[in-house]
Design a protein around this ligand. Structure first.
Ligand code: SF4
Length: 398
């Protein structure tokens, strides 16, 4: 038996990939240890969305190499830039493989003991269930299609069985996760995302269902109906904007205009909408940036995940990065400030009203629209609350 730790950097897909390796090692009889204590084996599932993400991934691998006998560097950065890990100690192994192949490869290398724990519970109240991987779009700045390949989907049957298993393990909330969820297809069984949402949402015992992210072009009537008509679906949707300026969107090859973005989200105006935005894209002028602020405001978006533009090797815009770092920094700060103000404004609407909060860690939880609440209740419980006031961290329950 080996002891191991598994950690991830980056997005929820990276988290599910790290968990797949973790689950596979547990199934083979190995024992998990917290990262800080050191172990025989470390899994570091990496991210390459920005230059900074690759730097942090390398740092995590270096640190793990000091406290573990063997380190497996997996995930996006391992597939994009194996040379980013050049010069690391000899006990670091870079696994440049597709996510589907990685657990098998790592488990084979670590060595199996036999199946002793095939049902590893995820360590959180919510479970992230991957339904799709890869992307067949080709946004000019994005490295994901290069490192994750074309879009492919799991069978609806496998997903529904996993959700049933997660609910049986005690998870109250499931987040359907993927790189481009709207591309979900199980052609043989006749599923697209809306049908999957309805059926996953109806799994007995599931309290709450969310989508990790969805491209605005996939927010159509069929999906909106499925979200509205499935009682377990949380009133929250994360819809990447990237820019509010049509010329920049065109230069990014994003396939929609700011008008389309706003029109498609209109039927969800009561939802808590969150987004991603890139600032400092090569053709982003001050006026173009201002339009991003305007669209964020007009769409009623609350939380904006801001990504200062970082050229990625192998992409159409790899050679171009003319916006000075201090301009990116100042635009990022302005967009984050607008996002903070929008969050506070939404939270204030909850004061005096009722909500049902899923407590996901001591003292904190999330309401039906994924707004954060501060309350005192047992982790894992769904609690009916009334808003008393707001702080910078969330809504205080009375
Ligand atoms: S939709 Fe565009 S930004 Fe998103 S993963 Fe695909 S190529 Fe990248």
């Amino acid at each position: 038996m080996a002891t191991f730790s598994a950690r991830f950097l980056g997005c929820k897909v990276s988290q599910t990939d790290a968990h797949d390796v973790r689950e596979r090692l547990l199934a083979d009889g190995h024992e998990e240890r917290p990262d800080a204590l050191g172990a025989d084996v470390a899994i570091v599932n990496t991210c390459c969305v920005t230059h900074e993400a690759v730097r942090k991934s390398r740092k995590a691998a270096t640190r793990a190499a000091r406290t573990h006998r063997r380190v497996y560097v997996t995930g996006c950065a391992a597939n994009l830039a194996a040379d980013a890990f050049a010069g690391l100690p000899a006990n670091v192994r870079v696994v440049a493989r597709r996510s589907e192949e990685t657990p098998e490869f790592v488990a084979g290398d670590v060595g199996a003991l036999g199946c002793v724990q095939a049902d590893a519970r995820l360590d959180r109240v919510r479970a992230f269930v991957k339904i799709q991987d890869g992307c067949s779009f080709s946004c000019n700045f994005c490295v994901i299609p290069l490192v994750r390949g074309a879009s492919r989907s799991r069978s609806a049957d496998a997903i529904l069985r996993e959700v049933e298993r997660r609910v049986a393990q005690g998870h109250r909330e499931v987040v359907l996760t993927g790189i481009n969820l709207g591309c979900y297809r199980d052609r043989a069984a006749g599923y697209k995302l809306p049908r999957l949402v309805r059926e996953v949402g109806a799994v007995p015992g599931l309290a709450r269902l969310r989508l990790s992210s969805i491209e605005v072009n996939h927010v159509d009537e069929e999906l909106v109906d499925a979200l509205r008509e499935t009682p377990t679906v949380s009133r929250h949707l994360h819809v990447p904007l990237q820019s509010g300026d049509d010329d920049v969107l065109n230069d990014m090859a994003r396939r929609y205009s700011s008008t389309t973005y706003l029109r498609r989200l209109e039927p969800l105006s009561d939802f808590n909408l969150t987004t991603d935005a890139i600032v400092g894209f090569p053709t982003e002028t001050e006026k173009a940036f201002q339009r991003t602020l305007d669209v964020v405001n007009a769409a009623g978006v609350t939380k904006v995940h801001v990504f200062p533009y970082s050229p990625r090797p192998g992409t159409q815009t790899a050679a171009s990065d003319p916006v000075p770092p201090q301009v990116k920094k100042s635009r990022s700060a302005r967009l984050r400030a607008a996002s903070d103000a929008a969050c506070l404004a939404r939270w204030r609407t909850k004061v005096g009203g009722d909500d049902v909060v899923l407590v996901d860690r001591p003292g904190r939880g999330y309401g039906d629209d994924y707004s954060p609440w501060l309350l005192d209740a047992p982790v894992g419980e769904l609690v009916r609350v009334r808003g008393a006031c707001v702080s910078e961290e969330g809504i205080l329950a009375a």
